[in-house]
Write a protein that binds this ligand. Structure first.
Ligand SMILES: [Zn+2]
Length: 277
């Protein structure tokens, strides 16, 4: 059976790594409270997803996070802050994942949070081992995309492939975010800028091709991509970074709706990542 997992990294627009060096007005626009249109869409489609929440904004959005849970979605952790993992020592990382899990569990219920996704997929093996030690049951930070300067190539020795995109070590699971190979390049078509950039017929065809070879697919989305409210991107931000942050936002939700509807009609089964535990 074909499966797809819809994952949303619940963070704000200013968490984008390529905006972090610029002065931005964090309070001028909030995209997380706009998530309801997307949640209604998922209800219409009958799709349950996984939301990886950044711990430091969780208290501010506690009501929204509880509503997401009440609509039947899974809550996971997207770190305490959104700093890249290789800027943290293992000790800092351990403290932060425990703290973030506590914050989120306090909001959604004790021992509810099982899954983790690293900011910008910057997981490495020693931190992956720490996740397992600290009570997490799965991670979804593995992406095979060597061309991107930020993404770590995660060492999964000792893991066995359970099925397409899922690797297992004891009871702990690692979910791979798929890329699409064009020539010698692996393109992450399942989220972020590429998913917004490619028009519907192209993305549909690429995903159809993916399913000819593999049985599952992982989407990754962010709240700022699910609304087209203006982002207060100041004039000192270079054009290329503005482009990355804004391309395809308008109409993205509609495109996504069409795509998800198409996949459902093709018999693709959507579930939260945690349902595989
Ligand atoms: Zn993120």
């Amino acid at each position: 059976m074909k499966k797809a997992y819809l994952t949303i990294d619940l963070e704000e627009w200013y968490h984008l790594d390529y905006l972090k060096d610029y002065e931005v007005d964090k309070h001028k626009a909030k995209t997380v409270p706009e998530i309801f249109t997307f949640l209604d869409m998922l209800d219409d489609l009958g799709i349950k997803a996984t939301f990886f929440v950044v711990g430091e904004i969780a208290e501010e959005y506690a009501d929204i996070i509880r509503e997401i849970r009440d609509r039947g979605h899974e809550i996971g952790c997207h770190g305490l802050d959104h700093d890249l993992l290789y800027n943290k020592t293992d000790e800092e990382f351990r403290d932060q994942i425990i703290k973030a899990k506590n914050i989120l569990d306090r909001i959604v219920g004790e021992d509810t949070v099982k899954g983790y996704r690293a900011s910008c997929f910057t997981m490495n093996r020693s931190k992956l081992n720490l996740l397992k030690e600290c009570g997490y049951e799965y991670d979804s930070s593995y992406i095979s995309f060597a061309e991107h300067p930020l993404y770590e190539d995660l060492d999964l020795s000792g893991y066995v492939k359970k099925e397409d995109l899922i690797y297992q070590n004891d009871d702990f699971l690692e979910f791979e975010v798929p890329t699409y190979q064009i020539g010698k390049y692996n393109i992450p078509i399942s989220g972020g800028g590429y998913l917004r950039l490619f028009p519907y017929p192209v993305i549909k065809q690429l995903i159809k091709n993916h399913f000819k070879k593999q049985s599952s697919f992982v989407f990754y989305l962010h709240p700022f991509e699910l609304t087209d409210i203006p982002l207060p991107l100041s004039s000192n931000i270079p054009r290329k970074d503005k482009f990355r942050a804004t391309v395809g936002r308008k109409g993205n939700l509609k495109k996504l709706n069409k795509l998800l509807r198409f996949l459902k009609n093709e018999g693709v089964n959507f579930k939260p990542l945690g349902a595989e535990l």
